[in-house]
Design a protein around this ligand. Structure first.
Ligand SMILES: Cc1cc2nc3c(=O)[nH]c(=O)nc-3n(C[C@H](O)[C@H](O)[C@H](O)COP(=O)(O)OP(=O)(O)OC[C@H]3O[C@@H](n4cnc5c(N)ncnc54)[C@H](O)[C@@H]3O)c2cc1C
Ligand code: FES
Length: 344
């Protein structure tokens, strides 16, 4: 069976019974992907011809409307015959080199009871270039990996900042909270991902940039905010941060300090499970509902969203009805990666 990739007209062989993405990666064609579990939507591509099937039904990472529009998830799609698919290779889109590097933990900072700031120093001789919003993989034994968004911006890459939320029973994150200390070595691979800040052709006349974070989804948003604010780009920025409680808005003071300095930045924290008197001080409900209420017309906007798969799914399901073109919803879904060896 043959896979043709447009627009580059690249042709490669697919193995019968194997997901399209696996065949492409085996042929060293690095198509966008992340969770490989049908959850995150990163491997979404457009089918131009041919037929395929999903062994376990339509995956969570693709809506019924997207499927009807001819999109498919390459990590789950099993080809029934030759396919022609529109998909771009990762390296061409991000235009940065993916590297595997040793890093040393410089310091750890407890941002909240269950969120740890991890600051990594890379070898001085290595030039680690990335774009605001990208993530890296921390390598675990056996070639397994865990993804973490880079919270520092490209112009300040001396220390790489990560925000790690503790997952009860989680292999890596429990280790971060209980064992990891300054000086520890971590092998990382990156930068990865297509969730990157894209500068509009004319920032002065660009529509609003709406950023939506859920929990530690703040990490890539912080990188973008710092990139935009600290490199002198000027455009209206609306940052919505969804969390359960006030304490989960773990770098709120950092954001509020920027709001006082940069009049173009607006900050809206939204609590989904307010306790005590939190409701009297905050917007409450789900963060995607707050965005919908505040922006009845998103036709000129760009939305950047990062966080739990459920939040991303809710945004993808609802914002197009507010006029947001699908290609202007950029997202990174923090899906829990299956323990698979190297992804690229
Ligand atoms: C592109 C991308 C970027 C990411 N960026 C970040 C980031 O910046 N910060 C961050 O904290 N995380 C981020 N994640 C998630 C992160 O990669 C890990 O999946 C997460 O930290 C858990 O790793 P672990 O080894 O501790 O848990 P694992 O050992 O992988 O998980 C143990 C068990 O818990 C389950 N599980 C894991 N998490 C949860 C949960 N929240 N609720 C319920 N069950 C769960 C798993 O399915 C598994 O059964 C990102 C994920 C992706 C795909
Ligand atoms: S890589 Fe296919 S949905 Fe995540």
């Amino acid at each position: 069976m043959q896979l043709t990739l447009r627009p580059q007209n690249r042709v490669l062989r697919m193995e019968s019974g194997r997901p399209v993405l696996e065949s492409a990666l085996a042929a060293h064609v690095n198509l966008p992907h992340s969770c490989k579990g049908g959850n995150c939507g990163s491997c979404r591509a457009r089918l131009l011809s041919g037929t395929f099937h999903y062994p376990r039904g339509r995956p969570l990472g693709i809506s019924a409307a997207e499927a009807a529009d001819g999109y498919l998830l390459l990590c789950q799609a099993i080809p029934d015959g030759d396919l022609v698919v529109e998909a771009r290779e990762l390296r061409r889109v991000t235009d940065v080199e993916i590297r595997s590097l040793p890093s040393r933990v410089e310091r750890l900072e407890r941002f909240a009871p269950d969120v740890m700031g991890v600051f990594l120093r890379l070898p001085v001789v290595e030039d680690f270039r990335f774009r605001a919003g990208q993530y890296l993989d921390v390598m675990l034994p056996g070639g397994r990996r865990r993804s973490f968004s880079i919270a520092s911006p490209p112009h300040d890459a001396g220390l790489i900042e990560l925000h790690v939320r503790r997952v009860s029973g989680g292999e890596f994150t429990v280790q971060v909270f209980e064992q990891l200390g300054p000086g520890a070595l971590l092998r990382i691979e990156g930068p990865l991902g297509q969730f990157v800040y894209r500068e509009p052709a004319d920032p002065a006349s660009a529509g609003p940039m709406v950023m939506v974070a859920g929990g530690t989804g703040f990490a890539p948003i912080k990188s973008m905010l710092r990139h935009v604010l600290e490199t002198g780009l000027r455009r209206p920025l609306h940052f919505y941060w969804g969390a359960r409680h006030e304490v989960d808005l773990y770098q709120r003071a950092w954001v509020e300090e920027r709001v006082t300095r940069f009049p173009e930045l607006r900050f809206v924290p939204v609590l989904s499970m307010p306790s005590g008197d939190e409701a009297s001080r905050h917007r409450t409900g789900l963060v995607h509902d707050a965005v919908r209420a505040d922006f009845p017309d998103l036709s000129a906007a760009e939305v950047y969203a990062a966080g739990p798969p459920a939040m991303i799914a809710a945004l993808r399901a609802t914002l197009p009805a507010q006029g947001l073109p699908a290609e202007r919803l950029y997202f990174d879904s923090f899906a829990y990666a299956p323990d698979v060896p190297a992804r690229s």
